[in-house]
Design a protein around this ligand. Structure first.
Ligand code: 16G
Ligand code: ZN
Length: 523
């Protein structure tokens, strides 16, 4: 039975500001922190129902990722560490916007529609980023969980991907004892050391990497990770949150959008640098060349590096596992072309948002997915993992067995639940070390087409409807024809518009043979 009196009593303590409506968007709820207390409480309630329904541990993460420090947000994490199912996103929106007296009815409706058995136990794990508002907001989540009799574990300060990983551990029988942040570091460190065994030889000079931590949680957690890593990898952290403001003039989103280095870090020529975002689920690399020109190595470059590495290993192992790369419309045309034509790796394009990429990537033995903004990971099917683990143990041919072992360590180094800046960093550093690549070698795999992104405020962005993985507009009528007409005027050109899922704007993307043409086309 649900204790409706208690629900009502606590709802008053977490009152909804009047007139406020919010939507569970691509990344959960996100807005000014002061408007989120009731949302947190109600997501605590909903998480309990979802946990009872799935008979699994559910996660609640309090963060607004790359958004300004004054913002905050929340998202629910489903049993295997993946994003919340779409039908439940609707319940989340409905519950969040309900007036206090409607809450009970909505909870009852969800229970009925989803056949939630109320006597089932519920277990919720909670995490938060370093925003000043996060602690109090996560306490509101706990209030919601407790009022419906749910049990919980509060992980406190963790990166978003760490929380996703914990949820997955709790729900996989064999692994639930590994549901600690310490076990996460140990697993990654072990895989990294084994994978890079052949890369670092004694007396080697250090491979150094400068990391811009966006003044966020990534700084704390990378510091903890670093204690477990071999000394050959020298990580220097900047924007660690002791001085600067979260995401302010730094972080992966800043670097990607402004195409320049973050503040707070001195970038010497040809030095390898990278930036995390505010909750450490995104990473992009960058460097300045000898002439002082800035080079960005975004999610597309990362996907290319990783899939090239995996493909080489697969061919050494002599296995015909299916592999594909999943991108969005924002992927640079050069990356798609390089993957398809040079690497002969199939590429699929899906709608923006991690859940769409994740879902598509699950269709292959090995699915590499990255958004250009630096969010991504690699998924290995259960069958592929079993096959690779078996070969790593039993294969008689030495070379094949060694390649299988490297694949096995790569699997263990990757956080398959969601994009993870720390795990992705280690995968990239391992591959670069093994290949003896400098950041310049990596960058030279292909040359990005010049591109431009703009955002435009319109009266109602919802009048724009898209199809074909957001690459074509189907409404309002006539708009696509106009875009086609403009695109035709330039070489190597491509452009699309789509309504943002996180901001009240329309986004414009254009690429062309020169920066000037990309800019003109976008404008
Ligand atoms: C969210 C998405 C991200 C996407 C971005 C697009 C998740 C966890 N995050 O941050 O993948 O790139 O939205 O934002 O799905 P937009 O719709 O405003 O362009
Ligand atoms: Zn993020």
């Amino acid at each position: 039975e649900m204790d409706f009196d208690a629900v009502a009593k606590y709802s008053v303590l977490h009152a909804k500001p009047s007139g406020l409506t919010l939507q569970y968007g691509t990344a959960g709820f996100r807005t000014k922190a002061e408007n989120l207390d009731h949302v947190m409480y109600r997501m605590g309630l909903l998480a309990v129902l979802r946990s009872k329904q799935t008979k699994s541990t559910i996660g609640v993460m309090v963060t607004a990722s790359h958004n300004p420090e004054e913002d905050n947000g929340v998202k629910l994490v489903d049993p295997l560490g993946e994003m919340l199912a779409p039908s439940w996103e609707e319940y989340a929106t409905c519950l969040t916007n309900a007036e206090e007296q409607e809450i009970q009815t909505i909870l009852s409706d969800v229970c009925q529609k989803e056949a939630v058995s109320l006597h089932q136990d519920a277990f919720i794990v909670i995490g938060r980023d370093t925003r000043p508002s996060s602690k109090k907001l996560s306490q509101a989540v706990i209030d919601g969980v407790s009022v419906l009799g749910g049990q919980y574990h509060d992980y406190g300060l963790v990166t978003t991907p760490q929380l996703h990983y914990m949820v997955c551990c709790w729900n996989t029988q064999e692994h639930y004892e590994k549901a600690t942040v310490e076990a996460y570091y140990q697993k990654l460190a072990k895989a990294f050391v084994e994978l890079t065994k052949q890369a670092f030889s004694p007396g080697d000079s250090h491979r150094s990497l400068k990391v811009d931590c966006a003044n966020g949680i990534g700084a704390l957690k990378l510091q903890e990770m670093e204690c477990h890593l071999p000394r050959e990898l020298l990580i220097q952290m900047y924007n660690n949150g002791t001085k600067g403001k979260l995401n302010h003039l730094c972080g992966a989103d800043f670097v990607k959008v402004h195409q320049k280095p973050p503040q707070g870090i001195e970038v010497k020529p040809n030095e390898r640098c990278c930036s995390f975002d505010g909750d450490a689920d995104r990473i992009v690399y960058f460097y300045n060349d000898a002439a002082g020109h800035f080079h960005l190595l975004d999610g597309d470059k990362i996907a290319t590096l990783i899939s090239t590495f995996l493909k080489e290993l697969l061919s050494k192992v002599g296995q015909t596992l299916t592999m594909a790369v999943v991108q969005t419309a924002y992927a640079n045309g050069s990356s798609t072309r390089y993957l398809e034509e040079t690497m002969k790796v199939p590429v699929h394009c899906v709608k923006t948002g991690v859940k769409h990429l994740h879902q598509k990537a699950q269709e292959f033995d090995i699915g590499v997915y990255f958004e250009a903004n630096g969010h991504g990971t690699v998924l290995f099917s259960k069958a592929a993992v079993e096959k690779i683990r078996h070969l790593a143990k039993e294969e008689k041919d030495n070379q094949k067995r060694e390649a299988a072992k490297m694949l096995e360590n790569t699997i263990d180094l990757i956080n398959q639940t969601v994009g993870d800046a720390i795990s992705d960093l280690l995968v990239i550093e391992a591959i670069l070390a093994l290949k003896g690549f400098t950041v310049h070698h990596w960058d030279a795999m292909y040359t990005d087409l010049p591109n431009r992104q703009l955002k435009i405020k319109v009266a109602d962005r919802r009048v724009i409807d898209t199809a074909d993985a957001e690459r074509r507009v189907v409404a309002p009528p006539g708009l696509q024809e106009k875009i086609d007409g403009l695109v035709k005027k330039y070489k190597l050109s491509r452009a699309f518009v789509r309504p943002s899922g996180t901001e009240d704007v329309v986004r414009v993307y254009a690429e062309a043979d020169t920066q000037e043409n990309a800019d003109t086309l976008a404008h």
